[in-house]
Design a protein. Structure first.
Length: 94
């Protein structure tokens, strides 16, 4: 016997550890996909509203321009909040 466990138990423990590591990696990939989506969505809406204002802002009335601006501001706040949450998660992970 080498170490604490007989050889057959070491293989079982190694398999379990490999399974756990695989599950952790799968969970990590899923979380990153979710984070990526959560960041892209408000960014796309923000960019769309800003481009709309740049391209068509002259022909929009004041209310329509204000609506685009408010939407852009809301989405920038969503994006900021997601980034804050991401930094908090990274601090917890460290």
């Amino acid at each position: 016997m080498v170490g604490k466990f007989p050889r057959q138990h070491r293989f079982v423990l190694g398999d379990r550890m490999a399974q756990r590591l695989s599950k952790i990696e799968q969970d990590r990939a899923l979380m990153l996909a979710g984070i990526s989506h959560d960041l892209r969505t408000p960014l796309a809406i923000l960019r769309g509203n800003l481009e709309t204002l740049l391209i068509k802002g002259e022909v929009f009335d004041a209310e329509r321009r204000a609506q685009c601006t408010r939407t852009a501001l809301r989405q920038s706040e969503r994006l900021r909040q997601h980034i804050v949450e991401l930094f908090e998660l990274s601090r917890l992970d460290a």
